[in-house]
Design a protein around this ligand. Sequence first.
Ligand SMILES: C[S@@+](CC[C@H](N)C(=O)[O-])C[C@H]1O[C@@H](n2cnc3c(N)ncnc32)[C@H](O)[C@@H]1O
Length: 191
Amino acid sequence: MKNEKLRTKNFNSLLRPEFCILSSTFWAPKEIIETSIDWLELNEKSKILDIGSGVGKFCVEGARISDASFTGVEIRKNLIEEANRIAQGLELKNVQFIHSDIKDVDFSAYDSFFYYNPFCEHLAIDEVIDDSLEFSRENHRMYEDVVFEKLEKMPPGTKVVTYNSREFILPGSYRMVKMSKEGSLVLWGKE
Ligand SMILES: C[S@@+](CC[C@H](N)C(=O)[O-])C[C@H]1O[C@@H](n2cnc3c(N)ncnc32)[C@H](O)[C@@H]1O
């Protein structure tokens, strides 16, 4: 169990204002993260990847309540810097962030995944984090296909939590295990 000081600081209060204003649209709510962590039944050997980790909220909140190892991959450098600043300030040892395109990440190092609609900006009309990426329907499709193929190659027992990602179809080898929030939060397990 992590100490009281680390457990009680509100994540949003740690964010720089320019990232805090994005919270309600782009960073997962705390109760969603807590439910996800609970569903994943993690232990200290578990390795979780947050696909598109933003300012690191899922990984930081997760690492406060679990001894599992949390990794976030994020394409935007300024978000990685913010995530690292917060994780280091809280002295969390079981969190790391990788500045990379998800296309280039090896999924085989992980056993569980968190997927909060990482490519939604490609379909957004006005709500985007910034204009540093090239948004298009083609890119949206391409990225979903990339993640689909990487998940398909994972071994039985792999777990995925999807949040607000109803359009994302997982490979047929994944079965829905749990669902809440009227289907917006789903735990999938590979058979
Ligand atoms: C909806 S936010 C979710 C952030 C975080 N998972 C959370 O729950 O708080 C999606 C994130 O995915 C990132 N992203 C988009 N495309 C990506 C890519 N190709 N590779 C890595 N990250 C990507 C975005 O920059 C954004 O920060």
